[in-house]
Ligand binder design. Structure first.
Ligand SMILES: [Zn+2]
Length: 92
């Protein structure tokens, strides 16, 4: 992919997101996963969208939602600032 650009910050963000989700996934029910992934796919990928996602995903009850939200905000902020596309999407 020609638009695949990454840097140390991208890699750090991907790692943080993976860790946050892996942790959240292991303590959450399928319903929470579905709700969050559906919401994430609906949003457009800006910081405003990330904030909206927090409002739109009341069914997602994670043990550490703040950790995920922080990581997602960091992802969008870095993408907006650098023009990079952090190579990450929610997984089951
Ligand atoms: Zn980057």
């Amino acid at each position: 992919m020609s638009d695949f650009v990454s840097c140390q910050e991208c890699e750090a963000i991907v790692q943080e997101l993976r860790d946050a989700y892996a942790d959240a996934w292991s303590f959450s029910g399928q319903e929470s996963k579905d709700a969050w992934v559906a919401t994430y796919k609906m949003i457009g990928g800006t910081e405003e969208d990330a904030t909206r996602a927090e409002d739109l995903a009341p069914a997602a009850q994670f043990r550490e939602p703040l950790r995920i939200n922080r990581a997602i905000h960091r992802k969008f902020a870095h993408e907006a600032r650098s023009g990079h596309k952090v190579p990450w999407a929610p997984e089951y």
